[in-house]
Design a protein around this ligand. Structure first.
Ligand code: ATP
Length: 494
């Protein structure tokens, strides 16, 4: 691929994510070293935020991320530069994708796997706090994995310096995503304590596949019930947690920040110190293949069981605090090139793909199987995490139905789910751009890409561009369950 941006030092590959003002793409240098580069369209960011606010936010993100360089559970910051149109930030590429893409909604992951990831999360946060930096936007979108399945914290867009040279200060901007944000976020608050709250919600989501409430900033819904139960709930799903997990989570989710567990107390909690089955002495994963297999074996879509539809997706209000409402107009989202121009052009696919070999090695097929055989077979041959748990999103399926038939059925289903939708057809590929709100009323958007692989085989890929990966998987499950077995291939022989 050619260098097409003035002064840009890397070759540009495919888009791997988008944020409020950014398109994140894989890029590589002349030595084939890979990076994730976050491109910000300066004109667009300035228009939405005002030049002063944007310049200050950018400077702070870069400065604080650089300050937190040097920890194995934090994405490494390399460099930043700009030309007349673009500002770019060069980062370590988290090759394993989103951790929460590998987590089953409403189910979660096994407790020892959660202990492993939670310990890595707390080590990353503890390092940030030792530098005086609060992240303030901890949520599944910002928890990535490297090549070996180790956790990497990303996105310093809302980070803030709360301690410097022994002095601390209270913060006061209401940032974060409602399900993960601490109750005190609307007033003055201690930056370290709001991060601890968010990590408590993340641990709850790791173990149960859901967040405990829509938001804790008002005394309503499930949070109100939690408060009424003296923050010692005994109902489902709290009663599914082991005593140790219950103790650490409720200690982190104390509404009074002065009573909330400190990082020190969390790191010394017996629930965290007692089980180290996946950890080496330096905190990395001791058995990446076993870890990946355990994650994959929890993913399951039962095509014989009808699923309840997404909740009211037609309401377009109440967007996550992280997502400015002035963000991108509806037409901009569906016409991505309006904002990102040639950065968004689809990458070319290799037409000479060997379909049988591809399917035999594709772990995403295992989520439709009722047995563990597929993953056990892969694990028997695998040497690395990514051979079992691939970097590509697992929200995809194969089909032998005709492309037009799949598109028609997708249209029917998406209409029922009140998903906003536009379509683009190019040779050999059709793309449906979707935008909806998840059950927490946070924005979810991405594309459903249909690619003909030959041999009457279509690959249907649900690629999230922004939003909660757990909710994206929920959306995928709803659509796939509604399409059902005649369309979705459940194993390589069907
Ligand atoms: N270093 C990375 N390696 C791999 N993927 C990445 C990396 N950085 C970001 N991404 C992907 O791009 C997405 C958007 O990146 P990021 O959250 O940094 O953008 P943002 O503009 O700050 O987003 P937001 O609007 O949520 O604040 C992430 O959710 C992730 O899927």
């Amino acid at each position: 691929m050619t260098k097409i941006i003035e002064k840009f030092p890397y070759h540009i590959g495919k888009e791997i994510g988008t944020g409020a003002f950014a398109s994140v793409r894989i890029c590589y240098d002349d030595n084939a070293k890979i990076y994730a580069v976050k491109f910000i369209n300066k004109k667009f960011a300035t228009k939405c935020m005002g030049s002063n606010v944007w310049a200050r936010r950018m400077a702070s993100e870069v400065q604080l991320h650089r300050l937190c360089n040097g920890h194995k559970n934090i994405i490494h910051f390399y460099d930043t530069a700009e030309n007349s149109h673009w500002r770019w930030v060069t980062l370590e590429f988290a090759q394993g994708g989103d951790l929460f893409d590998k987590i089953e909604p409403e189910v979660g992951i096994d407790e020892d796997v959660a202990q492993f990831y939670f310990a890595q999360l707390m080590e990353g946060i503890s390092f940030m706090h030792s530098k005086g930096v609060a992240h303030r936007d901890l949520k599944p979108e910002n928890i990535l994995l490297d090549y070996n399945g180790n956790l990497k914290l990303s996105d310093f867009g809302f980070a803030s310096l709360y301690a410097y040279k022994g002095k601390t200060r209270l913060l006061n901007s209401p940032v974060g995503s409602p399900p993960y944000a601490a109750p005190e976020i609307t007033g003055q608050y201690d930056g370290a304590k709001v991060d601890i709250w968010s990590c408590g919600i993340i641990l709850f989501a790791l173990l149960s596949g859901n967040t405990p409430w829509d938001e804790a900033i008002s005394n309503t819904g499930d949070y109100l019930i939690y408060r009424k139960q003296g923050e010692r709930p005994s109902s489902y799903p709290w009663n599914r947690l082991s005593p140790g997990a219950y103790s650490i989570i409720t200690g982190m989710l104390r509404s009074d920040p002065s009573k909330r567990f400190s990082i020190r107390r969390i790191l010394q909690h017996p629930w965290l110190t007692s089980n180290t089955s996946f950890r080496t002495d330096n905190g990395n994963c001791s058995d990446p293949v076993a870890l990946a297999s355990r994650l994959m074996l929890k993913l399951h879509i039962d095509l014989d069981k009808p699923r309840s539809s997404l909740t009211d997706t037609s309401t377009y209000g109440n967007i996550s605090m992280t997502q400015p409402t002035t963000k991108v107009s509806e037409s901009d989202i569906h016409n991505h090139t309006a904002i990102y121009g040639y950065l968004s052009q689809p990458v070319q696919v290799n037409e000479e793909v060997d379909v049988t070999e591809l399917m035999e090695k594709d772990p995403s097929l295992s989520q439709f199987s009722n047995t563990n055989g597929f993953i056990e077979r892969l694990a028997g041959k695998a040497k690395n995490f990514y051979e079992i748990c691939p970097p590509e999103r697992l929200t995809r399926f194969y089909s032998k139905a005709s492309k037009q038939y799949i598109i028609d059925r997708l249209y029917d289903t998406l209409r029922l789910l009140a998903v906003s939708l536009t379509t683009k057809h190019t040779s050999g590929q059709s793309t449906l751009y979707v935008k909806l709100h998840d059950k927490r009323k946070c924005l979810l958007q991405g594309e459903i890409e249909l690619k003909t692989l030959g041999h009457n085989l279509e690959l249907v890929n649900f690629i999230k561009s922004s939003g909660d990966p757990l909710e994206w998987r929920n959306f995928f499950k709803n659509v796939v369950s509604s399409l059902g077995k005649p369309i979705v291939l459940t194993d390589i022989t069907s």
